[in-house]
Ligand binder design. Structure first.
Ligand SMILES: [Zn+2]
Length: 94
């Protein structure tokens, strides 16, 4: 999957469309206050163990990629929900 180095998209801080720089980042650790994390802690506590079947056998052919979009005007960054891709390339497009 090829992704342009700069994209024009909406900035929620500037409240207009501005140029954003794309950067690949590592997944951030889940906060213990997140609903999903709280639910997971509740499900794994006590008897019963893991709530889902153990992932065995094949490895998934695609991996999740986390991208960060930084506004060039206000320098603030936003991270939209991650996508799946086999291979990721950030390319320069003019
Ligand atoms: Zn901005």
């Amino acid at each position: 999957m090829k992704i342009p180095k700069t994209v024009k998209m909406y900035c929620k801080f500037c409240k207009e469309h501005t140029k954003h720089e794309v950067e690949r980042v590592r997944k951030k650790k889940a906060s213990e206050l997140n609903l999903g994390q709280r639910r997971f802690r509740r499900a794994t506590s006590g008897f019963g163990g893991f709530p889902r079947p153990k992932p065995e056998g094949r490895e998934k052919p695609t991996k999740r990629v986390n991208l960060r979009y930084r506004c060039t005007k206000c320098k603030k960054a936003s991270t939209p929900p991650s996508q799946r891709a086999k291979k990721l390339e950030i390319v320069e497009v003019r």
